[in-house]
Write a protein that binds this ligand. Sequence first.
Ligand code: FAD
Length: 439
Amino acid sequence: MNTKYILLCKAVYFSFFPQSSYSDKTHLFSHAIFIIFAAKFTYMSVTQELAVNFNDTKLAYRYKTTSELKQAEWMFRFLNTPVIGALGKSGLKLAIQLGLPVKAAIKATLYKQFVGGETLEGCLPIAEKLAKFNVMSILDYSEEGKHSEADFEHAFNELYSNVKFSATHDTTIFAVFKPTAFISSAIMEKISEGKALNSSEEASWEKAKTRFDLLCKTAFEHNYRIMIDAEEYYTQEAIDELTYSMMAKYNKEDIHVINTYQMYRHDRLDALKKAFDRAKSNGYKLGAKLVRGAYMEKERARAIAMNYPDPINATKEQTDNNYDDAVRFCMENLDNLMVFIGTHNEKSSRLGAEYLVQQGLPRNHRNVWFSQLYGMSDNISFNLAAAGFNVVKYVPYGPVRSVTPYLIRRADENSSVAGQAIREIKMLKEEIIRRNKEA
Ligand SMILES: Cc1cc2nc3c(=O)[nH]c(=O)nc-3n(C[C@H](O)[C@H](O)[C@H](O)COP(=O)(O)OP(=O)(O)OC[C@H]3O[C@@H](n4cnc5c(N)ncnc54)[C@H](O)[C@@H]3O)c2cc1C
């Protein structure tokens, strides 16, 4: 509870009822009543002071024209129609596989909604537009599904340019990468399972480690911060170990390297706590990005197919509880930890914001960031930013063909995550109606 209100109430009380009159039972009773009112007043003041209203559509969509809102509403309606959405997605996969000329259609619809541009430079107009409303950007290189050494080399070069580019622009606050962009999943799987590598795998792994280090070192040298995304369960152990070794090198004074914890895994809350203890005992700080996790169906199917225990929580409620416990754990340890709350969940976002206010900490605490994906949950991002909290959007970029797997994931999420598309449609509709009335 915010102590400044309690002190204020006490001061008012003692000016009316000095301690000398405590023997009087009437005054003791009035003291009790006063304390109850003080507590209520304190609670109301804190809630009022927080002033984050995720339903304020005017603030949420300030950066979009009405015609952009209508297009977005159409897009979410399309994704939310089960038959059309499923047909659209499978049609899209097939069209890409067959090399059909669907680029223009994708670019005008899904791509426009969820992607910032084809190149780093191409994303700057969007990053600048968001920054006008204190929403910063992370330019997320989103080419996926490449496996050859030439692809890895190409991806690494792009990521290296990305770190340098992002670190030297005011609107971009963190860099990020997916390890599988330049490291073979098969090698990470072997390492995660403790299996020996053959000599050519060993050589690839050494090269990957050098590249991983170079990205983190570049961020460190620019006094910048870099996040490592989490992917499939079977690669994570290798990524974790590599990331902790980077933290030991670059997070001694400040936090430059940030790992990701997927709270849909039932072992991750424990992993987060252990990572924190390990950091503390080895004299470095922990960077923790918290997400729920994006590969649930795939993970469950793999566990069944390969006959090992499902790594994912049995229920959504367990995932939610783990996520919120992780937020609380991080918020209680901000002296030695940076938390990045990556979610479209209003309750979890509010939990982090309320903690800051209730503890009397600055809303823009340098170790607390809230984040959503570009094109989704603007009501959370823009309202948090307007209320003074640190907010950053993941802005994916890449050529249309290469970001299609990312777009299909967004399409899946918006048709399968209960209520996500419905929430988006409702907010967009409300704002369109509000603007029509205002006009
Ligand atoms: C900024 C940002 C960065 C991200 N980075 C990553 C990343 O690096 N790696 C990654 O994997 N994902 C990442 N994601 C995606 C994220 O993991 C989620 O898939 C997505 O955000 C939806 O979860 P939510 O917390 O936003 O919302 P919610 O709608 O509250 O939660 C949906 C999520 O809950 C979980 N869930 C749903 N049903 C069940 C069930 N029956 N049992 C158990 N759990 C269930 C799933 O994880 C599902 O995605 C990122 C998301 C954001 C916003």
